[in-house]
Design a protein around this ligand. Structure first.
Ligand SMILES: *[C@@H]1O[C@H](CO)[C@@H](O)[C@H](O)[C@H]1NC(C)=O
Ligand SMILES: *[C@@H]1O[C@H](CO)[C@@H](O)[C@H](O)[C@H]1NC(C)=O
Ligand SMILES: *[C@@H]1O[C@H](CO)[C@@H](O)[C@H](O)[C@H]1NC(C)=O
Ligand SMILES: *[C@@H]1O[C@H](CO)[C@@H](O)[C@H](O)[C@H]1NC(C)=O
Ligand SMILES: *[C@@H]1O[C@H](CO)[C@@H](O)[C@H](O)[C@H]1NC(C)=O
Ligand SMILES: *[C@@H]1O[C@H](CO)[C@@H](O)[C@H](O)[C@H]1NC(C)=O
Ligand SMILES: *[C@@H]1O[C@H](CO)[C@@H](O)[C@H](O)[C@H]1NC(C)=O
Length: 482
């Protein structure tokens, strides 16, 4: 706090009198214009707006422990008005709350979707359980093998129920957090209107606590293990057999521009559609001509820039759409290129760039790694490698791969019957084989990427632009509240 406080500790008689005196007599005595902010609870603050010449303010706390009134006089800051440190601080606080609000939106959407999944699973299980009960209690003969199988499945599922319950209480927590954010925003708005007295330390503290809780909440609910992929939705059929399309994986939800890059080699033309609706109708687009041609389909748009692999090299280029310029380019050390280590479908897909909740990643391989998939986390501004993992999974046997919450998921084919077959956890440098099916509707996937903002998989399937929802599940630690 930069505002000097000087307490003059004027002790006055009864509260009613004090309030009266403060709001009527004092302003006229001192010649200041006055207003009142009413806070909930027992105390009331009276603010006297700074006059143009000086910025003296007088606070009264109506109830100190002895029932007396203490006046606090705040001396004027050096520079008033817009340079007033308090108004700057207020702006910062409001921006913070704005940020928190945006994050809440994302979190809310995610939780809502997962909750739907949880609800469906739950009711499905209950129905199944009831059916089993009816069947087992009735005397009718039944295919005993099928029944036994069903029963085993059910028993496996039952322990999920308490987890589901926990999930529902987590969702309630989000609702509460939203409530708090809303309250705080209202409070801040009110203060902005009445710009004057408030305990900024307290406000700051509240925002800090909110931020911490939100962070914990995000950690707890935002990420998880991939457990399912929805049915595909075909957005459009356009372009050749191979290509890529995407939205920005980071900017706020108001920016829904879609980028379209047809073909897998030597391309330079990127189409930018204003929205997904425009993309569906093939209207309202502008064209960007890249200064260097691309290779493969592993491009990604992150925070207003396109990251892509330059044709016949292992150079990664960061192209900024708004300024239409290359901000940085850098070679990915010893990464194979020029169809040396592509995915199973070929197509110069040696270097696959992607983003997730944790930032920007490159998936590729090198001679030293014997063609096994290598993951590097990249610094988005400089493209420097921050950390690298060797997954041990042969890249040529992979159809595609995508990253969710720091875990790389690899499909075993680009053709019909493909499934998500392998998962590598960068957090623990360990892997596991998975068996997550998804519907490969057009039987040739040449691009598959996760968008953490929308929590959706973007794919290019044989000239079709297709989306999948994903379900992420997390094991909830019951110890410790938030
Ligand atoms: C206080 O100031 C505002 C604008 O600065 C003015 O509209 C209002 O009439 C003033 N009130 C008194 C009591 O002087
Ligand atoms: C709000 O978020 C933006 C973008 O993430 C960041 O640049 C800015 O510093 C944040 N503001 C505050 C006050 O945290
Ligand atoms: C938000 O404000 C309302 C009305 O003032 C109050 O009932 C509610 O308890 C507050 N919520 C939180 C989480 O502080
Ligand atoms: C790593 O991440 C996975 C999936 O997000 C999670 O299931 C696992 O518990 C994490 N492991 C560690 C050591 O944090
Ligand atoms: C996003 O881009 C803006 C400028 O375009 C920059 O200020 C900001 O730091 C970037 N954020 C990240 C996380 O890279
Ligand atoms: C890339 O491969 C082609 C043949 O497939 C070859 O003609 C060309 O010289 C290679 N380019 C580089 C830079 O290695
Ligand atoms: C994903 O889920 C949302 C919300 O349930 C729904 O509106 C959207 O159509 C779904 N998208 C896909 C690709 O299934």
């Amino acid at each position: 706090m930069t505002v000097p406080l000087l307490k003059i500790g004027a002790v006055l008689s009864t509260m009613a009198m004090v309030t009266n005196w403060m709001s009527q007599t004092l302003p006229s005595l001192v010649g200041l214009n006055g207003t009142t902010i009413s806070r909930g609870g027992t105390s009331e603050k009276i603010t006297l707006f700074p006059s143009p010449e000086d910025g003296w303010q007088i606070y009264s706390s109506a109830q100190d422990p002895d029932g007396k009134c203490i006046c606090t006089v705040v001396a004027p800051a050096q520079n008033m008005c817009t340079r007033d440190p308090r108004s700057r601080q207020l702006r910062q606080l409001m921006e913070k709350v704005q940020n928190i609000t945006q994050s809440m939106e994302v979190l809310d959407l995610r939780t809502y979707r997962d909750l739907q999944y949880v609800r469906n699973t739950e009711s499905l299980m209950k129905v199944l359980d009831n059916k089993l009960k009816v069947v087992s209690e009735s005397q009718k003969p039944l295919n005993p093998k099928a029944f036994q199988e069903l029963k085993v499945k059910m028993d496996e599922l039952l322990p999920l129920l308490p987890v589901l319950d926990q999930y529902k209480s987590d969702a309630r927590m989000i609702v509460q957090l939203k409530d708090e954010v809303r309250n705080l925003s209202l409070l801040l708005l009110a203060i902005q209107e009445e710009m004057g007295a408030y305990d900024y330390e307290e406000l700051q503290q509240r925002v800090l606590i909110l931020e911490e809780r939100l962070h914990a909440c995000m950690q707890k609910l935002g990420c998880g293990k991939l457990t399912g992929v929805s049915n595909p939705i075909t957005i459009r059929a356009s372009g050749s057999r191979f290509g890529s399309w995407m939205t920005d994986t980071m900017t706020p939800s108001s920016d829904s521009r879609v980028w379209f890059m047809d073909g897998y080699y030597k391309g330079r033309r990127v189409l930018e559609y204003r929205s997904i609706n425009d993309f569906m109708k093939g209207q309202n687009f502008v064209q960007h001509l890249l200064p260097h041609p691309w290779a493969g389909t592993g491009h990604v748009v992150y925070n207003g820039s396109l990251y892509y692999n330059k044709y016949q090299s292992n150079i990664i280029v960061k192209y900024h759409f708004r300024s239409r310029s290359v901000l940085v380019q850098r070679s990915l050390n010893s990464a194979g290129y020029n169809n040396t280590f592509p995915y199973s479908w070929g197509g110069f897909s040696d270097i696959d760039l992607m983003t997730d909740e944790n930032g920007l990643w490159a998936v590729y391989t090198t001679n030293q790694n014997a063609g096994n998939i290598v993951i590097s986390r990249l610094e988005p501004q400089t493209l420097e490698i921050l950390q690298t993992w060797d997954t041990g999974y042969p890249k040529r046997s992979a159809g595609e791969s995508f990253m969710i919450c720091g875990t790389l998921y690899v499909t075993n084919s680009h053709l019909a019957g493909a499934k998500i077959y392998f998962a590598y956890y960068t957090n623990s440098s360990s892997y596991e084989y998975t068996d997550i099916p998804f519907h490969n509707q057009y039987s040739h996937i040449s691009m598959l990427d996760y968008n953490p903002r929308e929590r959706v998989l973007y794919t290019w399937n044989n000239g079709h632009q297709v989306l999948y929802n994903v379900t992420l599940f997390h094991v909830i630690k019951t110890s410790g509240e938030l």
